[in-house]
Unconditional design. Structure first.
Length: 253
């Protein structure tokens, strides 16, 4: 079963979050991952810097994810990894991303559902859509973002997919709401959603998140091209840790 019935009427396609669709770009477009800032980093780190002449681009599929097309795949034979820009692999060549490294470590295809600048609530929304529209994948992997992030959606979300990341210190956006507690409930709900249905692993690159929800913490041992996201070495270590834990659970190619 490669596709779900709901995809035919457009509900599934529009419900997935994603900023880019069927596009390939050389830069993420944020202030740090742009040509001007990259030139400054070249001067700072010199020609021995791993990213000095490294060719990097971002190829997005029809849903706006940096991964293969969903059109003909059988999701039940793939591992799915969900998260924010770290999972997307901002500042890294595709072969250096966590999801590409995980494919190698597991010898198994991986789907990347990373959405840049998203929060835990967004990850759980995509996880729910995945659950309701596709057969269970081989495994679901969450790299949880900061517990302080949340997303806001406008009234036309299902048509326009417009959303934004909002930090709780913006007083006009309900700062008195405790988004850390709310996000912990999102995570608990996601754990229950997939319990007994597939292999499940969760970790984080954020110290506060890992401590609060009791998951593995991944180290930042290097930085990506933008000098702001985990680099190739960090991603390799994280992918190997994910693979090791899934294998302990019993996953096999």
């Amino acid at each position: 079963m490669a596709q779900a019935s709901k995809e035919k009427d457009g509900i599934f396609v529009n419900a997935f979050l994603g900023k880019m669709h069927n596009q390939t770009v050389d830069w993420d477009g944020t202030p740090r991952d742009c040509c001007e800032y990259f030139k400054k980093l070249q001067k700072k780190y010199g020609p021995d810097w791993y990213y000095y002449n490294k060719k990097i681009n971002y190829k997005f599929n029809e849903h706006g994810f940096r991964t293969k097309t969903f059109e003909k795949i059988d999701m039940s034979k793939h591992v799915v990894i969900i998260g924010d820009s770290i999972v997307t692999g901002i500042g890294n060549a595709e072969e250096d991303t966590i999801w590409a490294r995980l494919e190698t470590a597991l010898d198994m295809p991986v789907i990347n559902l990373g959405v840049s600048a998203s929060g835990i609530d967004s990850a759980c929304i995509n996880s729910l859509i995945l659950h309701n529209n596709y057969p269970p994948p081989e495994a679901v992997v969450h790299l949880w973002s900061s517990l302080d992030r949340y997303s806001d959606f406008d009234d036309n979300f299902y048509n326009n997919q417009r959303w934004e990341r909002v930090q709780p210190n913006n007083k006009h956006y309900y700062a008195r709401h405790n988004w850390t507690i709310r996000n912990r409930f999102y995570i608990e709900a996601d754990r229950t959603l997939w319990k007994g249905k597939t292999y499940y692993y969760e970790a984080s690159f954020f110290t506060h998140t890992a401590k609060e929800i009791g998951v593995d913490l991944f180290d930042w041992v290097d930085y990506a091209r933008d000098d702001d996201h985990p680099g190739a070495k960090s991603n390799k270590i994280a992918a190997e840790c994910i693979a090791e834990n899934l294998k302990k659970q019993g996953i096999s190619a």
